[in-house]
Design a protein around this ligand. Structure first.
Ligand SMILES: [Zn+2]
Length: 320
């Protein structure tokens, strides 16, 4: 009999994806973990990260991400599974006794994945199940324990061309499916919108948006931000709002103010300045929060409180 700590809590499953497998730079980029920033004066929630993705020269476990975040005042997080493998991984993690108290999640078939399911094979040529079957699995798993959101779903005309008729239709079909699923389950919807603002609004207007609709990693300008706020949508800002070339995002945020704003990492991607390109994790949220406070002319503590209240309003979690 092995004599390993039989009384200790089970460990969370190891991530199913490695960022270097997707990143054209492979292991040549700086994969060292940035130092922890100053702790926030009041806690916030990272409402969108991908714990199913390993990154960094040393991979962090789920428990390590959670512990590091907590030390800087990011006391809860929402992990998103956005391809079929990650959907299953996320559902397993949330249902297991290894799920940290401060962790919840959401699942959906990402628009670019929807296009691959429709084509029938992935980038590596591996066969993929039909889109309807993948969506049927999401339909079941999103009703499982620990799920607080349907997402991310929407349209991506950057990585998948809208001119590819099959891909375009698959993205639209999947988006409409997830809109209906959010409404049926009463869960909020996190939207992935890349170079598709007008089409995203058109579909939401046509089908009727879920009561709580979040533009994850908001990427629009003032005009689009206003169009979203008018519809009662919420805007979630990622590290991109700190990027030098993202003045349009800061203008949008300054214009709409803090009323409907949340914060996220989209980790391991979109690491905030000054660590752009290095691995990202929820413990780096304070860097993005500092920009959100500055751009909205709010003191940091008040900005944190506003963002946290909004997160609670959208997800009904965590309780005050
Ligand atoms: Zn994401």
């Amino acid at each position: 009999m092995p004599s390993t700590t039989p009384d200790s809590a089970p460990a969370a499953p190891a991530p199913v994806h490695r960022r270097e497998d997707l990143d054209p730079r492979r292991t040549s980029r700086d994969r060292s973990w940035p130092p922890a920033p100053q702790p926030l004066p009041s806690p916030v929630i990272d409402n969108h990260c991908h714990l199913d993705f390993a990154d960094g020269e040393d991979h962090l476990s789920v428990e390590e991400h959670v512990a590091r975040a907590r030390q800087v005042g990011v006391d809860a997080m929402i992990t998103i599974g956005s391809d079929l493998e990650s959907v299953r991984w996320t559902a397993d993690l949330l249902a297991s006794s290894a799920r940290p108290d401060s962790l919840r999640g959401g699942v959906a078939i990402h628009p670019n994945e929807a296009a691959l399911h429709a084509r029938g094979h992935g980038h590596d040529g591996e066969p993929m199940i039909p889109l309807e079957e993948a969506l049927a699995e999401v339909d079941v798993l999103v009703r499982g324990p620990g799920m607080v959101v349907v997402g991310e779903s929407g349209l991506d005309w950057f990585r998948t061309s809208r001119k590819d008729e099959q891909a375009r239709q698959a993205q639209i079909d999947a988006f409409r499916f997830h809109i209906a699923l959010a409404k049926e389950t009463g869960l909020p919807l996190q939207i992935h919108d890349r170079d598709a603002h007008a089409d995203v609004l058109e579909i939401l207007d046509a089908d009727g948006a879920p009561e709580r609709t979040v533009l994850h990693c908001f990427s629009g300008d003032v005009e689009f931000a206003r169009a979203c706020v008018e519809r009662g949508f919420f805007l979630s800002f990622a590290g991109t709002v700190t990027f030098k070339n993202a003045q349009n995002l800061r203008d949008a945020l300054a214009d709409v103010g803090l009323d409907r704003v949340m914060v996220e990492t989209d980790a391991p991607f979109l690491t905030p300045v000054p660590y752009r390109g290095r691995p990202n994790s929820s413990y780096l949220v304070p860097l993005t929060m500092a920009t959100i406070a500055e751009v909205t002319g709010t003191d940091l503590e008040r900005a944190c409180r506003a963002v946290r209240e909004r997160t609670l309003e959208v997800y009904g979690w965590p309780e005050a």
